[in-house]
Design a binder for this molecule. Structure first.
Ligand SMILES: C[S@@+](CC[C@H](N)C(=O)[O-])C[C@H]1O[C@@H](n2cnc3c(N)ncnc32)[C@H](O)[C@@H]1O
Length: 824
């Protein structure tokens, strides 16, 4: 966790992070508020789009009587919503304290600048009142000093400390319909930046008992490597050994079917290796045009075109069908988009049902989350080509749009047969008159009303679409309703090339089956290369172009340039860790410690993986290392050469690994009073003689020279009585006992902290607010009022993490230890 690791690479990555991630607390300079106040000297966004209005009026997603209300809501900026992280008593205590300390004083409506502001409220459909809605816009926050000083600061700090996650209300919904249980294996196919992954991990760990590990697991995947690192940073706050982050095209996510056995002892595997890797739950939160997010991304008004959705339709089907293949029979899959467009929503759901040939059932979840307002999915919609509308595939004589976009979703072969039939009967639908007569609108026979569309004006949110499926039988690639059509499952990817305005000769990749490891380069006779009406939206084009580029690299096979995940089998290291820290057998080490370098003498970091993640890593080896693993489990130890005692353990405890390790430690452990703990948090190393409690000093002197852990005495009890005292990144929940502890270095004559200065400062502020407030505020970035300061820090943390994860063992830096021991 060292910072200031500088170097060229660090700077570049820092910039990449800033560019790539959502800045949730700060208004980008080039943007207005979206609330039309135009402050800061920047012109407000134009929140008009005739194309958008024409499109959605025609689609009938909103009753005519509500149109004005819908549009007015879309033009307003989005309220602030957030979730309290974690579950159980810890999160509930934060909630109650937050209510008491911050929101009770705002129980009544407030008036700012003549505008009536609703008091903060919980989101009624989110379990245990753990999600909140604040109606203040940024402008209002700035103008109202009480809100500014209390709520805004509070949210910034809690977000920074990892206690809350700012998340759009509607984005919290899909994991709630996934019905996750703690023992589930879950695949989050398009996971970055990771807010939903975080929710999934919370459920996985919801019933964790002190010292016991959950059996579940989340594989969080994203195509974009930068966003994968953002995902790692987000989920690191959960301190979970049950997560694996991978970097694949979701539509080609490897099935890990055993390929060949390798002669290594740890390859004896009990995972379901006949079927490869299957999941109990799959979340398909696919890339989409995102027009449901216009309230927070008002630049979309200007860019919007129907082509954005049309261009992503195929990719969305492919990703979802890969999800179907990877789902266990009996398992649940949720498909979601933040788009209102039926082409990305109901049309994709319809195609999933058709392609899965009866193995997927669209669930009626109307009784789940009854207080969430939603609208039933559409049964009928129209398709917009570049030049005209189509009510039915009959009208599409140039094959300018895809059959799967229509409610009937008829296959090309069916269409051809029907057209031939029409020709034979003299009813010539191919009559090349310019204006095709408008057919009757198609109505889907599928139960698409079971899908859910959340409209912004229903509960002051963004727009969202969700469909929940259950797998009721094995997936066979051929669609039962039209098994004669060999290409029926895979024509999309070839066609999508025509949407990006590039010529393609109809070769497309089918979504893989779980049984396969190798991509199926399926001949696609019906892929259309049609220059007549290429509906090509720029954004979709870029998306597909970048994915094609990526696909070139995504040849299946062992990943080169990515360090493998290897089990640490060096008994000497394992024994030395266990004996130095007195790690009890309740935390098994063998088979749970992984490294990213084959040369154990050069191992810099050791990660802890749950049994479930370990099983996947073993299966990955058996199948020829198909998975491109960006991060596995939880960093638990870091190399730290002990110059004072060469025979001692060469690994210190990583701060994120401490919550996992602490309940099992019996050695190198100390308990400090509040006064001594405060002393320990000071910027420089503390001589033994400076500590006040003689028992603490003597216990300290009896420790071996090297890494140790200092626990704040009675920190569990104090949690219940004071929020300020207890909410902290370092104050983690172990069942119902919340403990404050830090990693330290016991030198020959002094003790120093093994956490970065900025984190120590945050902790000081949490534990001793009165003293810190009286001290130098400017030296403590948590107190700084400038958003920039916080963003700077956050960026650095991410940057640091990237280097660790990205550079692998060979390039891991020795400076890390020295830097964090700056006081020594
Ligand atoms: C809607 S966002 C996901 C949001 C995320 N589920 C969350 O809650 O934080 C879509 C994500 O899909 C990723 N993506 C785009 N194409 C992909 C593909 N072919 N395979 C996997 N991920 C993809 C993007 O990088 C982006 O991070």
């Amino acid at each position: 966790m060292g910072r200031g690791k500088g170097g060229k690479r660090g700077r570049t990555q820092r910039r990449d992070f800033r560019d790539g991630r959502e800045n949730v607390w700060k208004k980008p300079r080039e943007q207005g508020d979206g609330d039309g106040d135009g402050d800061g000297g920047w012109a407000p966004f134009v929140v008009e789009s005739p194309a958008f209005e024409e499109y959605y009026k025609k689609q009938g997603i909103v009753p005519e009587s509500e149109w004005e209300q819908f549009m007015a809501c879309l033009r307003k900026s989005l309220p602030t919503t957030f979730r309290i992280n974690g579950g159980g008593q810890y999160a509930e205590c934060i909630r109650d304290q937050m209510r008491r300390d911050f929101f009770d004083c705002l129980k009544d409506e407030t008036e700012i600048d003549g505008e009536v502001i609703e008091p903060p409220r919980t989101l009624p459909w989110y379990p245990n009142d753990l999600a909140w809605h604040l109606s203040f816009s940024r402008r209002q926050l700035r103008k109202a000093s009480i809100l500014q000083s209390r709520i805004h600061e509070f949210l910034k700090e809690e977000n920074e400390l990892g206690n809350i996650t700012r998340q759009e209300a509607v984005s919290m919904v899909p994991p709630l319909f996934l019905d996750v249980k703690p023992n589930h294996r879950i695949l989050d196919m398009c996971a970055a930046p990771g807010s939903k992954t975080f929710q999934l991990l919370e459920v996985i760990h919801k019933d964790d008992q002190p010292g016991a590990l959950s059996q579940g697991m989340v594989i969080a995947n994203d195509l974009n490597v930068q966003r994968c690192h953002l995902l790692i940073h987000q989920t690191k706050r959960m301190c979970s050994p049950n997560i694996l982050v991978t970097n694949h095209e979701a539509q080609h996510f490897p099935g890990l079917k055993k390929k060949k056995l390798e002669g290594r002892s740890f390859l004896i595997c009990v995972v379901r290796d006949d079927t490869g890797l299957l999941f109990d739950r799959v979340l398909c939160d696919v890339p989409c045009s995102g027009d449901g997010t216009m309230r927070k991304a008002p630049d979309l008004w200007k860019k919007w075109s129907p082509g954005m959705g049309n261009g992503l339709h195929c990719l969305q089907i492919q990703i979802a069908m890969r999800g179907v293949a990877l789902l266990e029979v009996g398992g649940r899959m949720v498909y979601s988009t933040c788009s209102l467009n039926p082409i990305e929503d109901e049309a994709v759901v319809g195609e999933i049902l058709r392609q899965s040939g009866g193995c997927m059932e669209l669930l009626d979840v109307s009784s789940e989350l009854p207080t969430l307002r939603r609208r039933p999915g559409l049964k009928s919609w129209k398709v917009r080509g570049r030049r005209r509308w189509f009510s039915s595939y009959h009208e599409d004589k140039y094959r300018a749009v895809l059959p799967s976009m229509f409610p009937s979703g008829k296959r090309m072969a069916q269409i051809t047969r029907e057209r031939e039939g029409d020709m034979d009967s003299g009813n010539n639908v191919e009559n090349p008159s310019e204006e095709a007569t408008e057919s009757e609108a198609e109505v889907s026979e599928l139960p698409l009303e079971r899908c859910m569309r959340i409209l912004p004006h229903d509960q002051d949110t963004g727009g969202f679409f969700i469909a929940a499926f259950q797998k009721v039988g094995p997936y066979k690639r051929k669609c039962s309703y039209e098994s004669s059509s060999s290409h029926s499952c895979c024509f999309c990817s070839g066609v999508s090339n025509s949407f990006s305005g590039k010529k393609s000769r109809g070769r497309g990749k089918a979504p893989q089956e779980a049984e396969e490891n190798v991509d199926n380069d399926t001949e696609n006779p019906e892929a259309v290369d049609n220059d007549n009406e290429p509906d090509n939206a720029q954004s979709a084009e870029l998306e597909l172009d970048s994915q094609r580029e990526n696909r070139k690299q995504q040849k299946q096979g062992p990943w080169h340039g990515v360090d493998p995940v290897l089990f640490l089998e060096d008994d000497q290291i394992i024994r030395s860790l266990a004996s130095y820290y007195g790690i009890q057998e309740s935390l098994p080490l063998s088979g749970h410690l992984v490294v990213r370098s084959e040369d154990t003498s050069r191992v810099k970091r050791i990660y802890y993986v749950s049994k479930s993640v370990g099983d996947v890593a073993r299966l990955n080896f058996r199948s020829g290392q198909m998975l491109k693993i960006t991060s596995a489990g939880l960093k638990i130890f870091e190399r730290h050469s002990n110059k004072e005692d060469a025979s001692a353990c060469n690994f210190r405890i990583a701060s994120e690994g401490l919550p996992l390790l602490l309940p099992h430690l019996t050695k190198q452990l100390l308990y400090a009073t509040k006064d001594d703990f405060k002393l320990l948090l000071s910027p420089s190393a503390v001589p033994f003689v400076a500590f006040k409690d003689p028992a603490f000093t003597s216990a300290m002197q009896s420790l071996l020279v090297g890494c140790c852990v200092v626990v704040l005495k009675d920190s569990g009890k104090s949690f219940m009585t004071s929020l300020k005292f207890s909410i902290s990144l370092f104050c983690f929940a172990v069942g119902t006992n919340d403990v404050t502890a830090v990693g330290c270095w016991r030198g020959r004559t002094n003790m120093s902290l093994l956490v970065p200065r900025v984190e120590a400062d945050q902790m000081l502020k949490r534990l001793f607010p009165e003293e810190v407030e009286a001290g130098d505020r400017t030296s403590n970035p948590v107190n700084a009022n400038e958003d920039d300061t916080l963003e700077e820090q956050k960026g650095d943390e991410m940057d640091e993490h990237t280097i660790e994860e990205d550079e692998g063992e060979e390039k891991g830096d020795e400076k890390d230890g020295r830097h964090t021991l700056e006081g020594q």
